[in-house]
Design a protein around this ligand. Structure first.
Ligand code: NAD
Ligand code: TYD
Length: 355
């Protein structure tokens, strides 16, 4: 038995593959296009492990996906592959439309063809799990209840709009063709192997490099932080026992304003790796121009997945964030490798940093 994972060299996908093979002997076929966000180094501990087959390729390549499905007969597909960074979607939405919408469509088509040819238990037990985001629900006011699975879709960025479109396609393939799909919509993840273009790894990286810690706008935007390993366990649980055609919201019950997150990171860094001049890292905080269309608040109501599937996160923000900072301090070689080259161009474009 095996599963096909897409985007398994990215942040969440690689954590998922490592987690999966840590608790099961079921092989993983890992299809990833290795964009700027994909990194085979995340998977270096699997070198020589016959349970992991890495294939460089695009989810939008119907022939390739069809061949992989027919050759390996996986019992499930877990789709992480996406363009995932809101700020990049503002600078250039095209790749988001291509991968998140067209790519998901082609992937669904290949999976539908494969699944249609299955019989008996193979067909009945097959699952397509689509990994999505809370950002499809739009932005909450301070007093609003957290997003439930029935919240209206109101995406505000090219990224969230493209993910919303992919969610709708997945839903339609269930209702129209009977494809056995599951969708998870989760909140902001953090943890090991997080590419330092996103808030938490960017702040850790910049703090240690003596660079400004950029806060968009007033820093009072709220996100609901989920430790990546908790997200992985939620996906395993939904894959195992989720009801077909259903969506499950996955969150950490950890709503925090961005400024609080950055203050927490600074305090932990003061403890784990104090500045040479003895001053606090907070002094590096800098307010910068806000993101256009910046969503004010995301919050996930994760009661459905707890009630139906008995899942809840194991980490609090306080425990998960300390593990995360420790991981970055212990893996500076990984950070150095991912922050060379194209990453510098991104900093120039987004923050006006010169080399
Ligand atoms: P990521 O950007 O770190 O990784 C994406 C991976 O997909 C990369 O390895 C990349 O090479 C690969 N990829 C991109 N385009 C591809 C294509 N056309 N074909 C094959 N592979 C391709 O993203 P992530 O943070 O790991 O997110 C994974 C999934 O989870 C995404 O679908 C994202 O929308 C969703 N999600 C992420 C978060 C978060 O906080 N990071 C929150 C909610 C949902
Ligand atoms: P990010 O990690 O990009 O995730 P998302 O946009 O998907 O929520 O950003 C998290 C929050 O941090 C978001 O409100 C934007 C903010 N932010 C900053 O204030 N400064 C930064 O340099 C970055 C990258 C994000």
């Amino acid at each position: 038995m095996s599963i096909l994972v897409t985007g398994g060299a990215g942040f969440i996908g690689s954590n998922f593959v490592l987690d999966w093979l840590g608790c099961s002997d079921e092989a993983v076929i890992n299809l990833d296009a290795l964009t700027y966000a994909g990194n085979r180094e995340n998977l270096v501990s699997l070198k020589g492990d016959s349970r992991h087959l890495f294939v460089k390729g695009d989810i939008g390549d119907f022939d390739l996906v069809a061949r992989l499905l027919n050759e390996h007969s996986p019992r499930a597909v877990v789709n992480f592959a996406a363009e995932s960074h809101v700020d990049r979607s503002i600078h250039g939405p095209e790749d988001f439309i291509q991968t998140n919408i067209v790519g998901t469509f082609r992937l669904l088509e290949a999976v539908r063809a494969y699944w249609s040819g299955l019989e008996g238990e193979g067909k009945g037990g097959f699952r397509f799990l689509h990994v999505s985001t809370d950002e499809v629900y739009g932005s909450l006011g301070l007093g609003d209840p957290a997003f439930s699975e029935t919240h209206r879709y109101e995406p505000n960025s090219p990224y969230s709009a493209s993910k919303a479109a992919s969610d709708h396609l997945v839903r339609a393939y269930h209702h129209t063709y009977g494809l056995p799909v599951l969708t998870t919509n989760c909140s902001n993840n953090y943890g090991p192997y997080h590419f330092p273009e996103k808030l938490i790894p960017l702040v850790i990286h910049n703090a240690l490099a003596g660079k400004p810690l950029p806060i968009y706008g007033d820093g009072q935007q709220i996100r609901d932080w989920l430790y990546v390993r908790d997200h992985c366990s939620a996906i395993r649980r939904v894959l195992e026992s989720g009801r077909l055609g259903e969506t499950y919201n996955v969150g950490g019950w950890n709503e925090k304003p961005n400024l609080d997150v950055v203050h927490t990171l600074c305090t932990i860094l003061d403890e784990f790796s104090p500045r040479a001049d003895g001053k606090p890292y907070r002094e590096q905080i800098t307010y910068v121009k806000d993101r256009p269309g910046h969503d004010r608040r995301y919050a996930i109501d994760a009661t459905k997945i707890e009630r139906e599937l008995g899942w809840k996160p194991a980490e609090t923000f306080e425990t998960g964030i300390r593990k995360t900072v420790r991981w970055y301090l212990d893996n500076q070689a990984w950070v150095q490798n991912v922050t060379s080259g194209a990453y510098r161009e991104w900093l120039g474009k987004q923050y006006g940093e010169t080399k």
